[in-house]
Design a protein around this ligand. Sequence first.
Ligand code: TGC
Ligand code: FAD
Length: 393
Amino acid sequence: MNKPPAFDPLDPAGIDLILTDEERAVRASVRQLCANRIDPFVADWFEAGEIPDIRGLAKELGALGLLGMHLEGYGCAGMTATEYGLACLELEASDSGIRSLVSVQGSLAMFAIWKWGSEDQKQTWLPRMATGEAIGCFGLTEPDSGSDPANMSSRARRDGSDWILDARKMWITNGSVADVAVVWARTDEGIRGFVVPTDTPGFSAPQIKHKMSLRASVTSELVLDGVRLPADAVLPEVTGLKGPLSCLNEARYGIVWGAMGAARSSFQTALEYAGSRQQFGRPIAGFQLTQQKLADMAVELTKGTLLALHLGRAKDRGQLRPEQVSLGKLNNVREALEICRTARTILGANGISLEYPVIRHMNNLESVLTYEGTVEMHTLILGQALTGQSAFA
Ligand code: TGC
Ligand code: FAD
């Protein structure tokens, strides 16, 4: 009989044992990149509200195959969904903003072109986006339409063979640093996606400041005033809301894993802190109330990671349904936020300091709870799947 391996407090149920060697190798290489290139600096980036060399960082992420990593061809790494998920977990253990950079590039902007684009659009953009030479953004949300993108006001009309695009998009990750924007707009034929080089006259992307969350991430408004685009700027293979929503499935799947990274980092910090912080003459880890918090965090971290792995295996078999992605996003982001909040209490006053990653993760997860479908939207998607009744409107 095999002897069980030693108990690992960061993997209490031994999930490692059911990963493949390839999956562990991908995880190790991402973890190393994060340790060298992100972890020593990210608290400063968060405090300053900027990533000083975001283009250099994108190229390093690209060199490791992390941009569009689960897509096939066009210079993409063609890895499995589970490997992509493990990468998201490691990136978000560093910072949700870095995982966002990768998610928006690979799962939203690149995926939209890869899935719904013409051969020419794919050849033009995907190889450069895979290396990080070109950065992409994805414009769906508008000032007056967030949860309800079917109500969008952005509009594209034909002018001869050209398109004229008038659009306002809000809260767009990577917007001000993007070379290409995938912008969704209403047309006479229904909602269509447009591939817009950001140097096209009439396009601007002012950065949104004063965020208290996701500060190590560029968030922008997109303003398109009479932007003239050639006929072949439209994504030819899709019309209707299923275009953007199919991309959201990909990014939401990455978040299911990523949220567990922020949770693991906060749990690890709290565990170490509790072991060394002394009050009433003993480590606070020795108090039953602290142990209760740590045990609950370990249980939720384990459950969420197992759920992510289960959904990843289903996605690799081609069997993952959008409602199941909603179930994962709803649970894992909600529980990750709860783990971070509990970790913060264990750190006492130090819990509010950027000297530790916990408050940064906690604030970041407030965005993650809202973007890619709010916690309420995923509740209603699941509610509809359970009952057959739509409660959106
Ligand atoms: P509904 O009538 O249900 O559907 C319209 C059409 O879309 C299809 N569809 C999907 N297709 C693929 N994947 C999905 N998940 C899909 N959900 C629906 C559906 O079959 C239908 O197709 P067809 O061919 O019959 O026309 O649409 P609805 O208007 O009732 O809306 C449903 C609702 C509320 C669930 C949807 O609008 C929604 O998910 N709202 C949330 C919006 C959202 O998540 N926005 C995210 C913006 S991007 C972002 O936040 C990036 S954050 C940065 C980062 O990721 O790091
Ligand atoms: P609203 O839709 O106005 O919702 C406000 C509240 O009302 C929420 O609690 C919501 O759940 C609730 N609500 C709405 N409708 C219902 C209902 N029917 N029943 C019950 N409750 C309801 N978008 C992009 O397109 N691209 C990006 O790259 C991107 N990046 C982002 C980055 C950050 C940091 C943030 C914070 C957001 C980003 N977003 C992006 C936008 C994000 O997707 C939206 O914020 C989100 O979809 C919610 O829209 P809203 O903010 O307009 O909220």
